[in-house]
Each structure stands twice: as C-alpha cells, then as structure tokens.
Ligand binder design. Structure first.
Ligand SMILES: NC(=O)c1ccc[n+]([C@@H]2O[C@H](COP(=O)([O-])OP(=O)(O)OC[C@H]3O[C@@H](n4cnc5c(N)ncnc54)[C@H](O)[C@@H]3O)[C@@H](O)[C@H]2O)c1
Length: 104
C-alpha cells in the first residue's frame, strides 16, 4: 500500500508539535534583505544529498529564493537522485535552469 506522506506536516504535527517553524517570523521580517542578498547568486553545496540533514535542508532553504545556479556535489549518487526527485516533485521551490548534481 502506498501512502502520500507530507514530511513537513508530519514533523510539524508529531515531532516539533509547532504549527510553523521557529524561523518563519525571521524569514518574513528579513525577506527583502534576504532576497536582495541571495537572488541571482550561484550556489555550490558539497555534501548536499544527505536526506533531511544539513546539506539538503540548506538547498531547500536556498530554493525558496531565485538563485541563478545550483551545483550539488556528493559521494552518495543514490542520495543525489533522491534529492533531485524530491525537489522536482515538490511545490514551492525555484529550481534554476542551471542545476547540476555531481557524484564524486
Ligand atoms: N546534523 C546535525 O545536527 C549537525 C549539527 C552540527 C554539525 N553537524 C555537522 O554538519 C556536517 C553535515 O551533517 P549532516 O547531519 O548533514 O551529515 P550527513 O551525513 O547526513 O550528510 C553529509 C553528506 O555529505 C556527503 N559526503 C561525505 N563525504 C563527502 C565528500 N568527500 N564529498 C562530497 N560529499 C560527501 C555524504 O554522502 C552525505 O550526503 C557534518 O560535518 C556534521 O558533523 C551536523
């Protein structure tokens, strides 16, 4: 049986028990400044394929902005494939046309 698990909703309801991230208010408060500093930038993430950990969380945070180019390097090629599948099947991410994932 296949279930459609929304990981963010699951974590919010059962793990953190908070309806929104602790960072939400800060992101709203500094939205203009963050957009100014991040939009149009080229981003390189080494070790970005760890599912649900720092690298992939950083990538997801960056893709809320309009970055010009994203390069993700990781020794875990399956993790890279999963990351790309996750990003492409999720809503709300601005995936740049210049998006590369490189296995080492
Ligand atoms: N998770 C935490 O709470 C936490 C807290 C503080 C610091 N850190 C540190 O942050 C770093 C990342 O933590 P994480 O939890 O995301 O780890 P993780 O193991 O989930 O992710 C690390 C990623 O780096 C990749 N990697 C390993 N060696 C590589 C190499 N030579 N080239 C390219 N990719 C490589 C792995 O395949 C993996 O996808 C670690 O150094 C960890 O000690 C983590």
């Amino acid at each position: 049986m296949q279930t459609n698990l929304n990981l963010d909703r699951f974590i919010s309801r059962y793990v953190t028990k908070r309806p929104k991230s602790l960072l939400t208010d800060d992101f709203l408060k500094y939205n203009t400044e963050l957009n100014k500093r991040i939009n149009g930038k080229k981003v390189l993430v080494i070790g970005g394929a760890g599912a649900g950990t720092i690298g992939s969380s950083y990538i997801k945070a960056m893709l809320k902005f309009k970055i010009a180019k994203l390069v993700v390097v990781d020794i875990n090629e399956n993790g890279l494939t999963e990351l790309v599948r996750d990003l492409r099947s999720s809503e709300g991410y601005n995936i740049p046309n210049d998006f590369f994932e490189l296995g080492t």
